[in-house]
Design a protein around this ligand. Structure first.
Ligand SMILES: CC(C)(COP(=O)(O)OP(=O)(O)OC[C@H]1O[C@@H](n2cnc3c(N)ncnc32)[C@H](O)[C@@H]1OP(=O)(O)O)[C@@H](O)C(=O)NCCC(=O)NCCS
Length: 173
């Protein structure tokens, strides 16, 4: 049997270490300017509360978590549409790679894993949004996603900093 590469993402079942590890990763990404729901001066407690909340979502089966690395180097979440009209699709959420590990290909590997998981679940469509004024729209375009629209000034990053929200989709067909 060919050994699994060390960087292969895994579907993560939350344990006692999940919240602290996710909090540490999310905080490092945020402090480095990452665009995952926060701004660099968001408080530790805000980020920790969000990590607890999202891990509860995973425990409840409403979201899936794919992780890479031990210690945790990157994550991505998949949230399937709830209800019959949108059960054929899922949102790809909170793709993040630790600042010390960015540029090694882990972002691509995690996104590919989310796509593979979407296919495994029999989904037709994946959706995600990205913060304007960053390299993220170019990142998703580069990885084959289609930009389908922009909500102008939809993200409030603080006084005088409203960013566009760029919406992307990928048909799994
Ligand atoms: C966005 C992010 C996940 C990318 O992960 P990464 O591991 O650094 O990216 P990779 O090394 O896998 O790069 C994959 C490709 O995208 C390109 N790329 C990476 N970051 C990019 C950026 N900001 N802008 C444009 N292209 C980018 C790389 O050059 C590479 O292309 P190539 O293979 O053709 O050379 C990572 O930078 C990150 O965690 N950022 C902070 C969190 C964040 O903002 N997440 C977005 C949520 S929507």
């Amino acid at each position: 049997m060919v050994p699994e590469p060390l960087t292969a993402p895994r579907l993560h079942r939350p344990g006692p270490g999940t919240v602290p590890a996710l909090t540490a990763l999310w905080t490092a990404v945020t402090r480095a300017g990452g665009a995952v729901g926060f701004v660099p001066d968001s408080t530790d407690e805000e980020i920790a509360a969000a990590a607890r909340e999202v891990v509860d979502e995973v425990r409840a089966g409403r979201q899936e978590l794919l992780t890479v690395g031990e210690p945790l180097a990157g994550v991505v979440f998949l949230r399937r549409g709830a209800g019959p009209r949108i059960a054929h699709r899922a949102d790809v959420l909170r793709l993040m790679v630790h600042p010390d590990r960015q540029g090694e290909g882990l972002g691509r590997v995690l996104l590919d894993a989310a796509v593979a998981r979407g296919r495994e679940l029999g989904l037709d469509l994946l959706l995600l949004s990205a913060r304007g004024g960053t390299g993220l729209p170019a990142f998703y375009t580069r990885l084959g996603w289609t930009e389908v629209g922009v909500f102008p000034a939809a993200l409030d990053l603080g006084p005088d900093d409203r960013r566009d929200e760029h919406w992307f989709q990928l048909r799994l067909g």
